[in-house]
Design a protein around this ligand. Structure first.
Ligand code: AMP
Length: 114
């Protein structure tokens, strides 16, 4: 069997994380290397490596991840705006192959991102 990703180990409680939200479908925790005052990762409990691996049955799950992002943005009081990012593939900077939504806020965010 393939090696578990670090995020699967967090889901399984094998390594600690600073959890900010969890439900039946998703968990969210603070990024260990934050790029903004609020930098949270929202991940599905289901193991999906990247956007490229989504199937039609994942459509509601993906919508759910963004409703979780909205909820956490409110919890974190990101009233001046926030950004969600999903890196897909190594060329886009994806380093953990368990799909995740970055939620960034708490500072001014420029565009385009690097
Ligand atoms: P990506 O580059 O889009 O794959 O994002 C992976 C993110 O996971 C990076 O921002 C890392 O800082 C973060 N990360 C890696 N390991 C952990 C961990 N154990 N707990 C929290 N965040 C992590």
């Amino acid at each position: 069997m393939a090696e578990k990703t670090i995020f699967k180990k967090i889901i399984d409680g094998e390594i600690p994380a600073d959890l900010v939200y969890e439900d039946e479908q998703a968990i969210a925790f603070r990024d260990v290397n934050p790029q903004a005052p609020t930098h949270i990762l929202i991940i599905p409990r289901k193991e999906i490596a990247s956007i490229d691996d989504l199937t039609p049955e994942d459509e509601p799950l993906m919508g759910h991840l963004f409703l979780v992002a909205q909820k956490i943005a409110k919890q974190e009081n990101l009233t001046d705006g926030y950004r969600t990012v999903i890196n897909c593939g190594e060329g886009a900077g994806q380093t953990v192959f368990h799909l995740h939504v970055h939620l960034l806020g708490g500072r001014g965010l420029t565009w385009p991102p690097g």
